[in-house]
Design a protein around this ligand. Structure first.
Ligand code: PMP
Length: 426
């Protein structure tokens, strides 16, 4: 592979063009394994950023893609429709809570978030109210586009860099009570007071249910989410849940909002929707919200991406949903959770570890100093695993098909890294 060309011309995420971090060339991926050109077989601990929940090169997903490409790869969605979109939306409506009856398909998670924010704004516009603010949480992450960035943690996402471009929204303190810890009702105080103070201007609350992912891998108490829902109802504000990372079983429930027995007004889905095959997102909402939006002055929702409802992506997504049903994601994620519960507490004893936490198929080792990405990445590859930490967070989100021996290998690789000072910034 022409790695010199890659280094000189291709932008990879979160690395410099001046002195890019090394990239490992992949030639094949199958099941839980990623195969490098250099011959290494790596046990995948990332599901390619939460997406490849069934593992790689899955026969059922391959068949769905092949069959669809024989019919048509894409047609515009304006004025046309097709079975792949209809089949997928039927599935999504039946899997999610009863109130969510309308699906907007788009290209990526960030776009799903944009769509959800626009929906909320148009909802209030249609009701004759000008509400232009969103209330969200510190430590959150909602994507890389401008509106998504504007509701992402102001420090993590470097709002200061985009000052003047980013709309100013309202950030409440993130919950401190962990998922497995006792609930402290004071966690809601700041959120409550900000909602009380600004609710006439707030179109919606947006947050990641139960786990704040890329903003800090924080797994929080379901009571917080329940409280947020109650307060949104009390103050008449819409609730958008960003389940792009958590949806489709990752937290041990099909959707993370089920841990709190609540329902959102708008739900964003992405990532695992296509089992990691291609980019697709869905924003679901209630008939009340959809019909209010469309009953307003505009008469419709003002969004329509070129690749909306891409048939290839929809066909693979439907096959991925069918796999979820037959693959027993619940037993799979329970087994992974049990492995984390057995293996992670002993890492917590290590002086370099600040905290370990886990839920469903998510395991997190928070260390006391930031990782040296280049060295730790090399260490993981030498150990035969693929784990991509950020900052002080070494985390695992393995494919659901991972067996205990795979999880052990991932955790062992983290443990050996902890004993190598060069893997961390001093
Ligand atoms: N929301 C959440 C919670 C996410 O984790 C991500 C991706 N990490 C996004 C939105 C953005 O999704 P995408 O990268 O597909 O645009």
């Amino acid at each position: 592979m022409d790695l010199d060309f890659d280094r000189q011309h291709i932008w990879h995420p979160y690395t410099s063009t001046l002195n890019p971090l090394p990239c490992y060339p992949v030639i094949r991926a199958d099941g839980v394994h990623i195969y490098l050109e250099s011959g290494e077989e790596l046990v995948d601990g990332m599901s390619s950023w939460w997406a490849a929940v069934h593992g790689y090169n899955h026969p059922a997903l391959n068949i769905a893609a092949h069959q669809q490409v024989e019919h048509f790869a894409h047609v515009m969605f304006g004025g046309l429709t097709h079975a792949p979109a209809i089949d997928l939306c039927k599935k999504l409506i039946s899997m999610t809570c009863d109130s969510l009856q309308h699906v907007f398909l788009a290209d990526s998670g960030s776009v799903a978030v944009e769509v959800s924010l626009k929906m909320a704004m148009q909802y209030w516009h249609a009701r004759g109210e000008k509400r232009a603010k969103f209330l969200t949480l510190r430590d959150g992450y909602h994507g890389d586009t401008f509106a998504a960035m504007s509701v992402t943690d102001p420090d993590n996402s470097m709002h200061s860099l985009y000052k003047g471009f980013l709309p100013q929204h309202i950030f409440a303190n993130s919950p401190q009570s962990g998922f497995w810890q006792p609930w402290d009702p004071k966690d809601l105080d700041d959120f409550h007071s900000k909602l009380k103070q600004h609710h006439h201007d707030i179109a919606a609350v947006i947050l990641e249910p139960i786990i704040q992912g890329a903003g800090g891998m924080r797994i929080y108490h379901p009571e917080f989410l329940r409280g947020v829902r109650e307060l949104c109802d009390k103050y008449g504000v819409l609730l958008i849940l960003d389940e792009i990372a958590t949806g489709f079983g990752r937290t041990g429930k099909l959707f993370a909002y089920q841990h709190a027995n609540i329902e959102p007004d708008i739900l964003c889905l992405g990532k695992a929707l296509t089992g990691g095959y291609m980019t697709l997102s869905a924003t679901l909402t209630s008939s009340h919200v959809a019909n209010t939006v469309c009953g307003g002055q505009a008469g419709c929702f003002m969004h329509g991406p070129t690749y909306m409802a891409n048939p290839l992506a929809c066909a693979v997504a439907t096959a991925s949903m069918e796999l979820l049903e037959t693959n027993q994601w619940q037993q799979q994620t329970q087994q992974i959770e049990q492995c984390f519960a057995d293996l992670l507490p002993q890492l917590a004893e290590h002086p370099r570890v600040n905290e370990v936490r886990w839920l469903g198929a998510i395991g997190v080792v928070e260390v006391t100093s930031a990782v040296n990405m280049e060295i730790i990445q090399q260490h993981f590859v030498e150990q035969g695993v693929w784990i991509r930490p950020f900052g002080k967070l070494i985390y695992m989100m393995p494919p659901y098909i991972s067996q205990p021996k795979h999880i052990e290998k991932l955790v062992n690789a983290i443990e050996t890294a902890l004993n190598k000072p060069e893997c961390f910034v001093a």
